[in-house]
Write a protein that binds this ligand. Structure first.
Ligand SMILES: CC(C)(COP(=O)(O)OP(=O)(O)OC[C@H]1O[C@@H](n2cnc3c(N)ncnc32)[C@H](O)[C@@H]1OP(=O)(O)O)[C@@H](O)C(=O)NCCC(=O)NCCS
Length: 210
């Protein structure tokens, strides 16, 4: 990244303490050393819980990461009792998490631009075939393990568990559990590496994206 780019990013990260206060005021539990680049979107339903661990980074800026055109990170709880938990050192760029029951992202996991994580189908159907709006009724928890890498524009659907260290390829639609340490891709996502093959070295991730 150029010197100018680095300056711009550091100016943006300088706003993080204010974002921290903003999040705390909204009822979000925020750990220390929280970094917020650009402006995230938050929807917190009354009676739900949102927890951001220590050294979590939310990047909503095309300057820091041009993938997904720097769209906002949006974290949303959709029902009372929902729990959205990002453990320590999770990094998210311009991604959406919708949580009607429980979404948990493990320590050190990186989530790329335009990713969607949905623990619900949003609309249940009644006996007459009408679509209703009660996301909690069609929700199943999503759990993403530690040190996973979720490629740009992947979609992770309800009920999925992704094992520690797994890699999800760009654009994958994940409908079934992913084994730890494997690489999956495609729609529906399937393993593209034999079990035990080394996953790509993603290198040291930084808030500046370089
Ligand atoms: C999943 C990924 C990490 C695999 O990288 P890799 O181990 O170098 O894999 P290869 O390029 O050798 O591809 C292996 C096979 O999987 C296929 N493949 C790789 N990525 C794929 C994807 N995202 N979707 C569908 N198929 C994919 C390749 O076509 C290849 O198939 P083949 O063996 O039939 O030729 C990489 O392709 C990827 O999707 N990276 C995500 C980048 C990204 O989004 N970064 C975040 C930005 S914020």
């Amino acid at each position: 990244m150029s010197f100018l780019g680095k300056c711009k990013v550091s100016v943006l990260t300088g706003g993080s303490p204010l974002w921290r206060v903003y999040l705390l005021a909204r009822g979000v539990q925020v750990g220390s050393h929280f970094t917020c680049i650009g402006r995230p979107g938050l929807n917190l339903k009354r009676g739900s819980r949102m927890v951001l661990g220590e050294r979590v980074t939310l990047c909503s800026s095309g300057m820091a990461n041009p993938v997904a055109e720097g769209g906002r990170c949006r974290l949303a709880t959709l029902a009372a009792g929902a729990e959205l938990i990002l453990h320590d050192e999770v990094g998210i760029s311009s991604a959406l998490i919708c949580c009607a029951r429980r979404v948990e992202v493990g320590r050190g996991t990186l989530i790329g631009g335009g990713v969607m994580i949905l623990d619900t189908d949003f609309h249940p159907r009644d006996g007459a075939g009408n679509w209703l709006t009660d996301p909690a009724r069609v929700a199943r928890p999503v759990r993403i393990g530690e040190k996973c890498f979720i490629g740009a524009r992947a979609i992770i659907l309800k009920g999925v568990t992704i094992g520690d260290g797994a890699v999800v390829g760009a654009g994958a639609v994940v409908t079934r559990d992913v084994r730890a340490g494997t690489v999956v891709a495609g729609n529906p996502a399937t393993e593209i590496t034999p079990h035990g093959r080394a996953v790509p070295d993603c290198g040291e991730w930084t808030a500046a994206g370089d």
